[in-house]
Design a protein around this ligand. Structure first.
Ligand code: FUL
Length: 625
């Protein structure tokens, strides 16, 4: 006979009482993620592939006029890419199905500017399909980047183009199986080929009508997370260097951030008072550029540099989207794959033995047995320690089995109920005294995951004091490790720029020194838009190199330029190069301009467009060869 619950409760033992009267789980605190955003964040690291006509034409942003016949990756093998990603611990890959040049890696019915008109497999290839098939075969997820900006289409800038864009999206969403993310880049509008018009065009975001895209995606691929500067599924982190702020809220104030949002630096931290769940994704290339350039073969980020970025992306409550610029053979270059695999092994080694696993910690507050402190050491994602309502600060203490060295900690909040923690302190016990661990970043937010690196301590007791939270605590995991004594704290090396010696005409010598001192941290600022460089004697000149200001605000970035040369300082009028510095705003790396060798003593740089009008030109380093 089935017993009625009331009859069961009649035998008033405390055990039965608690079974009948279970402790209530904490209320969620808004905003909260959608289930798909939690699944997405659990991927932690995934790969990006930039590949297309740019690869074969040595460009970062193609104008849309490169000949499709130049696209001929003779050894292309998507399985080689995917095997590299799997071995590097990546859970998925996002492919540039179409970059700003408008060239499509799938045989779209909508334009001739696509893979069908290339020598690759005699026009029979489809790299979107080949990669999505390889992902299925090796069990990782697949996703697409579809650039809203299209420098090839003659009707770019008109409502007809927007229809074209939506039809492209439809093709990608209906022909290649599930995608986990859709990447809408923020760069949108400017100079282009535009079917031969060669002019400058824009479309405002209202014409794009992005809600129409969201609706289509929700209908066709409801599991996909939508990326853009401001989400809605996940947000750009506000830099292309691969890190998020130590303080990083997964919220934005709804409706405030749009593609091209001028205060994009905020995106590293999120909006503490935001009302929409839009977690951060850290996109970074394993090389300086997003596309392959042979001269960057010796500038691949090392395993240590990547490990450092892992701690500052995944370990700062974001995901890491690591780009592989596939080379002209259609393969991931061996240096890139070796460094990526070593990076993953590094991380696994550092975080191999959790010293807190299975321990029974003591907490200053617990929300009954169901939400006891034990949940943080059971290795389960969905069990968590919670404090009682109104208890927004608490301490959790771990007695280790023996004295241990510790220099890493991992903490997770149970984000399905919201992100709560505002500040915390990690302390270790030394002869009865609690001392804070020494780290070089603030311990404020946690979110999905927070990883801490600190000076090695030797102790048998460690504790976390949660000092402030938006509501009661919900912590699902705390782990501690000894990673060995490592060298992954990366400091950018001064760019090794070779140059003929030079002086700057009309510029104070001390100021001029800053752009030739091989120190990235000093910047020479020049008022006006021209700079005359004197090589002291006539030389054969073939290239000009420019590293923009590397400070946080990258002051005085030159967006487009003209370079002229001459042998007489009054007639420096032989134009040798004229172009834009593609993507320099988001990725202010060393820019190199090569031209036909010419004899000259004087080189004139003219900034024909600045990223921010009115700023002086900011030159961290320049070089002429
Ligand atoms: C940027 C683009 O303009 C770059 O070319 C690259 O695709 C990067 C991931 O996003 O905004």
């Amino acid at each position: 006979m089935k017993k009625h619950p009331l009859i069961l409760c009649a035998g008033i033992t405390s055990l039965l009482l608690s079974a009948c009267n279970p402790v209530k789980a904490p209320e969620a605190i808004l905003p909260v993620p959608e289930a798909k955003q939690v699944e997405w964040q659990k991927m932690e690291t995934y790969a990006f592939v930039h590949f297309g006509l740019n690869t074969f034409n040595d460009r970062e942003w193609g104008y849309g006029d490169s000949d499709p016949k130049t696209f001929n990756p003779a050894k292309l093998d998507c399985e080689q890419w995917v095997k590299t990603f799997v071995e590097s611990g990546m859970k998925g890959v996002i492919l540039t199905a179409k970059h700003h040049d408008g060239f499509c890696l799938w045989p779209t019915q909508l334009t001739e500017y696509c893979i069908r008109n290339t020598p690759y497999k005699n026009g029979q290839g489809d790299i979107v399909r080949e990669l999505s098939d390889a992902c299925k075969k090796y069990g990782i997820k697949f996703a697409v980047y579809l650039s809203p900006w299209d420098r090839n289409q003659a009707n770019y800038g008109t409502p007809e183009y927007v229809d074209y864009f939506y039809k492209q999206l439809h093709e990608l969403l209906t022909n290649y199986g599930d995608v986990f993310e859709i990447w809408f880049d923020g760069a949108n509008g400017g100079d282009g080929w535009y079917g031969g018009a060669k002019d400058s065009r824009t479309i405002d975001r209202k014409t794009y009508n992005y809600p129409r895209a969201y609706k289509m995606i929700d209908e066709l691929q409801p599991q996909a997370v939508i990326f853009s500067d401001g989400g809605p599924g996940c947000r750009w982190v506000g830099n292309e260097k691969g890190f998020a702020g130590a303080t990083n809220w997964s919220f934005l104030r709804a409706g405030e951030v749009y593609p091209g949002y001028p205060k994009y630096r905020e995106l590293q931290y999120g909006h503490a008072d935001g009302n929409q769940w839009v977690p951060a994704e850290c996109d970074v290339s394993i090389r300086p550029g997003w596309f392959y350039h042979p001269e960057e073969d010796d500038r691949v980020k090392t395993a240590d540099a990547l490990t450092d970025l892992y701690y500052r992306s995944v370990g700062h409550n974001a995901t890491l989207l690591l780009n592989f610029p596939v080379d002209r053979d259609g393969l991931i270059h061996p240096t890139d794959s070796a460094n990526a695999v070593n990076f993953h092994q590094n991380v696994q080694k550092q975080l191999a033995h959790n010293l807190l696993a299975g321990l029974s910690p003591k907490a200053s507050d617990e929300r009954g047995k169901t939400f006891s402190a034990k949940a943080v050491t059971d290795g389960e994602y969905d069990t968590y320690w919670a404090t009682n309502d109104g208890v927004n600060s608490a301490t959790i203490e771990f007695d280790l089995l023996q004295t241990e060295k510790i220099n890493r900690m991992m903490l997770q909040e149970y984000i399905p109920l919201g992100q709560r923690v505002k500040s915390f302190v990690v302390e270790y016990n030394q002869e009865g005294e609690w001392l804070p661990v020494k780290l070089n970043e603030e311990t404020t937010t946690i979110g999905y995951k927070r990883l801490l690196r600190f000076e090695t301590v030797t102790t048998d007791k460690i504790r976390v004091r949660f000092t402030d939270s938006r509501a009661c605590l919900c912590i699902n995991n705390i782990e501690a490790y000894y990673a060995g004594e490592t060298s992954d704290t990366y400091t950018a090396k001064a760019e090794e720029l070779k140059s003929y010696p030079f002086t700057l005409t009309g510029v104070d010598t001390e100021e001029a020194q800053k752009c030739m001192d091989k120190n990235n941290q000093t910047t020479c600022f020049i008022n006006g838009n021209t700079l005359l460089i004197d090589l002291g004697e006539e030389r054969t000149v073939t290239s000009f190199h420019y590293l923009p200001d590397q400070s946080e605000y990258n002051k005085g970035i030159i967006a487009a330029y003209e370079i002229s040369v001459g042998t007489d300082s009054n007639a420096v009028n032989q134009l040798v190069a004229k172009d834009e510095f593609s993507n320099i705003k988001n990725n202010p790396i060393l820019q190199s301009v090569y031209f036909t060798p010419v004899n000259a003593r004087y080189v004139q740089l003219k900034a024909t467009r600045m990223i921010h009008d009115g700023e002086p030109m900011g030159l961290a380093e320049i070089g002429i060869q």
